[in-house]
Design a protein. Structure first.
Length: 197
């Protein structure tokens, strides 16, 4: 992303850079904010010091648990209402103040919004997170609920000392719980296309 000179500048002088944010709303509106407390103009873009927008924390790893937390306040000229945040995407850039360079860093989805009276916290996750789910999460012949959990619906007095192999047969015969079976027991499995040579 940054060349070695810029990386060294960021590490050695924490006051030489600021975060810039571009919020792309679901309606196509783009709101540009920064965390410097001052207006930042770069080329044809203006990043406003509105809503007290700031970076709180970030977790970055390869296990699919990457996330960023931001916070801000509802304010005219910045983020005015929660509706602007729902289903929005945020691009975060780093502005090197002494070199007048803005470098794009990451682009994340807003996964959660926690609203207080006049402020909010955002939890961002990578856009790629939307593509990490597997078909097993949506279709499977075995039950996707965990034995005795809320989706299973069986109370602890029934589940204590018992077990379940997640099959529809056991759910029906042993526990009489077919109504809460979280699977598709009758979808075709092995050899489904064999008769159509």
């Amino acid at each position: 992303m940054f060349n070695q000179e810029h990386q060294n500048s960021i590490k050695q002088n924490p006051n030489s850079w600021k975060f810039c944010f571009e919020i792309e709303t679901k309606t196509g509106e783009v709101i540009r904010l920064n965390d410097s407390g001052k207006l930042i103009k770069h080329q044809e873009k203006t990043y406003l010091p509105k809503s007290g927008f700031e970076f709180i924390s970030g977790i970055f790893d390869d296990s699919g648990n990457a996330e960023i937390k931001l916070k801000g306040f509802f304010e005219a000229g910045g983020i005015e209402n929660e509706e602007q945040l729902i289903d929005s995407k945020i691009s975060i850039s780093i502005y090197l103040t002494d070199k007048d360079i803005i470098q794009k860093w990451i682009r994340y989805d807003i996964a959660d919004i926690t609203r207080n009276t006049d402020s909010y916290e955002l939890r961002l996750t990578p856009i790629s997170k939307n593509y990490e789910s597997t078909l097993v999460e949506f279709y499977s012949t075995s039950c996707r609920a965990n034995f005795g959990d809320k989706r299973c619906g069986l109370v602890s007095t029934v589940t204590e000392g018992n077990s379940c192999d997640k099959s529809f047969r056991m759910c029906c015969k042993k526990y009489n719980n077919a109504v809460n079976f979280r699977g598709e027991p009758f979808i075709p499995t092995i050899g489904y296309f064999n008769n159509y040579d």
